[in-house]
Design a protein around this ligand. Sequence first.
Ligand code: ADP
Length: 480
Amino acid sequence: MAPQKLFLEGSWQEGQGTPLTVTSPIDGSVLTTLAAASSDDVDRAVASARRAFADGRWSRLAPAARKKILMRIADRIEAEAVELAVLGVRDNGTEFNMALKAEPGSAAGTFRYYAEALDKVAGEVAPTPPDVLGLVHRAPVGVVAAIVPWNFPLMIGAWKLAPALAMGNSVILKPAESASLSLLRLAEICAECGLPDGVLNVVTGRGTETGAALAHHMDVDVMVFTGSGATGRHLLAASAQSNLKRCYLELGGKSPNIVFADAKDLDQAAKVAAMGIFRNSGQVCVAGSRLLVERSIHDHFVDQLKTHAEALRVGDPLDLNSQIGAVNSSAQLAANLRHVDQALSEGGNIVCGGQQILQKTGGTYMAPTIVTGVTRDAALFQNEVFGPVLSVTAFDSEEEAIQLANATSYGLAAGVWTADLSRAHRCIAELRTGVVHVNTYGGADMTVPLGGVGQSGNGHDKSLYALDKFVDLKSAWIQL
Ligand code: ADP
């Protein structure tokens, strides 16, 4: 593949930083290089976005005109879905079948959703006394920086881009080092569909250089981010040290999946729980990585889980027979293995997996791993792995299940398996998470928001609530 460039002001431009090598996790081959944006390049990207915002080429277009272009982008993503999915899989390693749905499939749906929404969200006339008119406008914020991770670049990129663009903002997008290719193509698609130059600039590069330059920039109004808690802290600090830009952070989790003995179909629960952690090799922010299972069914349920985990075909993500693809990078694989070692040293027992597999391919693959006997103070119970490693802990009562579920610093997602409707509602109320799945895990669509509490972050992607991040409320008070 030809060396990749930055997408600035509607054209491909060289970066001034030292280019990055893109290695495929599928077989370790070198795919291409990425341009690395220096802080000067980031300045150029922000200046271009600011100019575009200020002259109104997008921000002051009639909503119907913006809608037409966003709809066109959705159609093009859909038309190129296979190419986009393959491109993304080559650098990030997600199994193709899932990538096709979760990446271009989801991104097209997201663009369409916000295109349809943008001329249906209106301001307000306030209930004032008759001699005054109070108006509440929803004004675009201006220049948005979006820093996104490598697990689902198109899906998460679209969650940030589409609502920001729908509201009339300009955006600078910073993809992750190991998942930039499909987002670079998306930028080109946006331009081909009529998005004016400068409204979307894409700066690739290192987080600590390109990302940090965006985070510290004095002319970025809003920062939206999905990634690790450590980087989230850097972004908040950078905001405090620069212009107090608003920061919205989606920071992953250690999501509990609670299985009660009264669940209607335990085998189905085991199957869904296995996919809830092992799809995309566990590299999913809402992964159900912490199984809490009622003691009376613990051994039986773990056996069922093991059967499902061992039946999963791990392999080349571009092979349609593979159900689980590659771990994104050798660094991530090494971190996963360290988590397993630590779990063992803290008294956990490996039921299956625990090791790298398919070394001969030259790629980075890990066997689906289940660790039982994980206690509340163990690192595997408390810390996100972001790999195919399931932590299992037994509980004796509903009260204990809730206590265990809420006993980490995270609060992104949870699952509850029960046939008791009252218990399900009690759990929904008591679980300190942004989303609670009941008798299923994952799959929540665009109609509901996704966001965390606690150290899983703040702000919401998806649904109409996502628009709030990209508008300022502006009041007008008019004496009649
Ligand atoms: P992960 O651990 O999942 O890779 P990161 O938080 O490291 O998550 O990466 C998510 C995104 O944040 C990537 O685009 C990465 O380049 C970027 N990033 C990493 N470090 C920084 C930083 N110090 N400042 C700004 N962006 C960063």
